[in-house]
Design a protein around this ligand. Structure first.
Ligand SMILES: NC(=O)c1ccc[n+]([C@@H]2O[C@H](COP(=O)([O-])OP(=O)(O)OC[C@H]3O[C@@H](n4cnc5c(N)ncnc54)[C@H](O)[C@@H]3O)[C@@H](O)[C@H]2O)c1
Length: 385
């Protein structure tokens, strides 16, 4: 029997909603590239329920306990006295999420000799030391595509919110009973006609480009894997060999690359300084792709007219994290990939991965990041160790 240790974010502060805002979520059978949505043999929750927090347990408890496995779910993840670190040494499987990451460092992997599988219930496995996973033959799998469109929608929302200066205008309505139109308009622009680019055009980056095309913008991208020519022509894309060329060419830049040694700290004073004055930067990928203090300096100086995103380092960020209160920002907590719609898919994908692993049958190639001591599947395309 296996021990499955699952780290999830806390339940809602005021308890579970007595009734959800909507009665159902749309049924989606396939992702845009044709990949089928998760195909577990069973599901013990109703899609649209909050299963991503501790009490929801990704809807896995009955399935695992019926089969005699031990299932430990906690949000307590920091430090040697945390439930996570205390339960880790004899765990066979760790499930974690980018929204509330249990950082599986090389030291912790060394202290977990039984660990064979690390599942990311979401996308982005940078909270796992992939080099240590390779060396220790820990399989790393994630719910590829489960929340890509969720994140793309969030990025488009934040681009519009920054360019139009939506949040300050909204605050004028709620915090002030006046009618200050000039205050609302003084930093508000149209997106139409602007040059918009994505750094990395994988599943999310391409979905952002597709969603922005009807806004009559010019679309730019860079990626280490160039897109097919048909797609470049369809969306009228301008390809840039490197991020430096992209950064200086666009008014709005949205980051969609994984965090790995090539991208860590990439957006520093120099790169951001090469962007046009008054550019907008949106980062729903990983916080550490941007230099925290360089971003603060850029919004304060006006090099950036705005910064938004939902990713922070560390997570949760300390109360005095400067992105909480810097000017001209539209940050949210790490929520873009954990809408109720996304939860239904990544919980089902987690169940599918567990069903395969427990039965000794292959995990879908597209879910794999590391397998049998190598980068594998989606991981070999997007990551370096
Ligand atoms: N905010 C959230 O909730 C959330 C949710 C899902 C994913 N994400 C983040 O978004 C990232 C992208 O997700 P995806 O589903 O689009 O992944 P993907 O694997 O489909 O695409 C990643 C793309 O990045 C490109 N890339 C990698 N390194 C690069 C580099 N150095 N320069 C240029 N391009 C590079 C790859 O070629 C690939 O096209 C994830 O790795 C994750 O960190 C965030």
């Amino acid at each position: 029997m296996a021990k499955i240790l699952c780290v999830l974010y806390d339940d809602p502060a005021d308890g579970f909603p007595p009734r959800y805002a909507r009665d159902d979520i749309p049924t989606i059978d396939r992702y845009p590239d044709g990949q089928s949505t998760p195909t577990p043999e069973g599901l013990d929750f109703r899609p649209g329920e909050l299963v991503g927090s501790v009490s929801g347990g990704l809807g896995l408890r009955n399935f695992l306990e019926r089969a005699g496995h031990e299932f430990v779910v906690t949000s307590d993840k920091e430090g040697p006295d945390s439930v996570f670190e205390r339960e880790l040494p004899d765990a066979d499987v760790v499930i974690s999420q980018p929204f509330w990451p249990a950082y599986l460092t090389s030291d912790l992997i060394a202290k977990a000799p039984r660990l064979r599988l690390a599942i990311t219930a979401g996308i982005g496995s940078d909270h796992v030391d992939l080099k240590a996973a390779v060396e220790n033959k820990v399989t790393v799998a994630e719910a590829t595509y489960s929340n890509s469109i969720s994140v793309a929608e969030h990025a488009v929302m934040q681009i519009l919110a920054l360019v139009r200066d939506y949040l300050p205008a909204h605050r004028l309505v709620t915090d002030d009973r006046g009618w200050h139109i000039a205050d609302a308009a003084q930093r508000s622009y149209d997106l139409e006609g602007m040059a918009v680019g994505v750094m990395a055009a994988g599943r999310i980056g391409v979905a952002v480009l597709r969603r922005l095309a009807p806004f009559d913008v010019t679309l730019h991208y860079t990626d280490k894997n160039r897109l097919p020519i048909e797609l470049e022509e369809e969306l009228n894309l301008v390809f840039h060999e490197d991020v430096r060329s992209l950064a200086s060419a666009v008014d709005v830049l949205s980051i969609h690359a994984p965090l790995h040694p090539e991208t860590k700290g990439l957006f520093d004073d120099e790169l951001i300084g090469s962007m046009k004055r008054g550019s907008y930067l949106v980062n729903t990928a990983r916080a550490a792709i941007c230099d925290r203090d360089a971003v603060v300096r850029a919004v304060e100086s006006g090099r950036l007219a705005g910064y938004a995103g939902d990713v922070w380092y560390p997570q949760p960020p300390p109360a005095d994290h400067p992105w909480r209160n810097m000017p001209h920002q539209g940050m949210t907590p790490h929520v873009s990939g954990t809408t109720l719609s996304a939860q239904a898919r990544y919980a089902a994908a987690t169940r599918e991965i567990l069903e395969n692993w427990l039965a000794g049958t292959p995990i879908r190639d597209e879910y794999l990041i590391v397998d049998q001591g190598h980068l594998a599947g989606s991981g070999s395309r997007s990551y370096t160790t």
